[in-house]
Design a protein around this ligand. Sequence first.
Ligand SMILES: Cc1cc2nc3c(=O)[nH]c(=O)nc-3n(C[C@H](O)[C@H](O)[C@H](O)COP(=O)(O)O)c2cc1C
Length: 172
Amino acid sequence: MKGAIFFSSKYGSTEQYANWIAEATGLPVFNVDVKKVDPSKFDFIILGSPIIYYKLYIRKWVKKNWLAIKNKPIIFFTVSGAAAGPKLEKWFANSLPEHMVSKMKYVALRGRQKPEELSWWDRRMLIIASMLNKDSQSSKEEFEGFDYMDKSSIKPILEMVSQLQKKSNEMV
Ligand SMILES: Cc1cc2nc3c(=O)[nH]c(=O)nc-3n(C[C@H](O)[C@H](O)[C@H](O)COP(=O)(O)O)c2cc1C
């Protein structure tokens, strides 16, 4: 079974996770903002996207390519400041129509944010968000940044990939 990883990344942490998954699985990896690759030629798809301003950064690509991927197994990983939980699931669900969301296996990973790397606009927006945020921990993270990058957190994705490959070997 031939799979591929498609990702979008604003500041590099989703790219880092996509490359770790590629390294561990041997699957090809494509940055959808750099290269146009047809996803229809693969048997299963791994999609990776950060959450930026409460939305999936890759949502437009998913909608545009939905016909080509809708009948394949899809593993979707998000990279965010927030940890897995109802807040994150709501942002995920609000970014795409329900018939798309319900077809995907979802894994939440935590990323990195370095204030010195942000664009002028993003830095200002996050300072404002931090002042308005009632949750003291996430307010601090919005202001000071954070680094939750963890290579071992890709494990559930690697297990899903090996399940898919095992299933297809049994069918041969
Ligand atoms: C402008 C901006 C907006 C963000 N908005 C959110 C958000 O709404 N929720 C969240 O959990 N994390 C948010 N984050 C944190 C990012 O999801 C996190 O830094 C992620 O690692 C970025 O991935 P990337 O490096 O691949 O772009 C935001 C980060 C930036 C820079």
